[in-house]
Design a protein around this ligand. Structure first.
Ligand code: DAH
Length: 333
């Protein structure tokens, strides 16, 4: 029995020494020290020993157990350290590597101009309304005092979808919609930004799709002077406090009188940026407003025009092509 214990010790210590993984150590522990392990099996045979032999073999068995336990503990510890080091090695992060750079985007100049104008009007107590781009002829023309055979319809070449439906040619189409929704209530003080469409050939200053901001005020005693004041506020906030403004008589079927508004550009001279006027009584009546009690003014502004002047852009197509070399110049705008 002594030999069995001795050879068990040698064999076990060797196996423990040569183990290279924690898994193996666990298996060996079961193999030697477990309930069905080899040392346990030897101890079970102690019963057949003589009374003198028993304490001697018992002492040896305890010695072997203690030796194996120490060997297991030491090996476990060294394997754990090794494994941790290997893990640290393989997961090392090189903090000096350059990161993947995420280039932040920026607001498109056209959108930025819309936001600036919206802010100016919100500051003057206006609300913002929107309408559909695919519009009924009724709102785009009829309600704006432009019946079917009206010659002024030729002023705006239109994309018709059916005889009654078209891509709106101007944001003035939202006027009738919002007035009807207000059901005769005053004051009406709204701006209506959005895309509009015309059957134009695209070039440096024309686009078949562009952007307008419509304005509409209806109340008791609204005057041309108020229109002028509001537009002067807008223009001087957008182009600087010394910007000169000129109102030229013009014609629109939905306003009477009508004006076109020019601003003075130091290099380019007088430039038209919007159309405006006092809301035609017929437009008020069609939307259910008593034109004897109420008056109003309206205007329609070309957003691209404003953006091109403000940022010195020489071709309207730059605003649609999304060339990053162009767009990056507006990061701080
Ligand atoms: N709708 C006109 C256009 O697109 C612009 C315009 C002129 C709008 C006068 C108005 C207005 O509201 O009063 O050419």
């Amino acid at each position: 029995m002594r030999e069995r214990l001795e050879s068990l010790r040698t064999e076990a210590l060797q196996e423990i020494q040569s183990a290279t993984e924690m898994e193996l150590i666990k298996e060996l522990k079961v193999k030697y020290l477990g309930k069905k392990g080899e040392l346990t099996a030897v101890l079970r045979g102690m019963g057949s020993l003589s009374a003198e032999e028993r304490p001697v073999i018992g002492g040896l068995a305890n010695e072997v157990r203690a030796a194996l336990e120490t060997a297991f503990a030491q090996k476990s510890e060294s394997l754990e350290t090794e494994e941790l080091e290997a893990k640290l090695q393989s997961e090392t992060i090189d903090v000096t590597l350059p990161g993947a750079s995420l280039e932040p985007g920026s607001i498109h100049p056209l959108h930025s101009v819309i936001e600036q104008i919206e802010d100016i009007f919100i500051g003057m107590g206006f609300e913002i309304a929107e309408g559909p781009e695919v519009e009924l002829d009724h709102y785009n023309f009829e309600m704006l005092n432009l019946p079917k055979d009206h010659p002024a319809r030729d002023m705006q070449d239109s994309f018709y979808i059916t005889p009654e439906i078209l891509l709106r040619t101007h944001t003035s189409s939202v006027q009738g919609r919002t007035l009807l929704a207000k059901e005769g209530e005053v004051p009406v003080r709204i701006i209506m930004p959005g895309k509009v469409y015309r059957r134009d050939d695209d070039d440096a200053t024309h686009s078949h799709q562009f952007t307008q901001i419509e304005g509409l005020v209806v109340d008791r005693g609204v005057s041309m002077g108020e229109l002028k004041g509001v537009l002067l506020q807008l223009i001087q906030k957008m182009f600087g406090p010394d910007t000169e403004v000129r109102l030229r008589p013009s014609y629109f079927p939905f306003t009477e009188p009508s004006v076109e508004v020019d601003i003075y550009h130091p290099e380019k001279g007088w430039l038209e940026i919007l159309g405006a006027g006092m809301v035609h009584p017929r437009v008020l009546e069609k939307a259910g407003y008593d034109s004897e009690r109420y008056t109003g003014f309206a205007f329609g502004l070309g957003v691209e025009r404003v953006a091109m002047l403000k940022y010195d852009i020489d071709d309207i197509r730059h605003l649609y092509n999304n060339d990053l070399r162009f767009l990056r110049q507006f990061k701080s705008v």
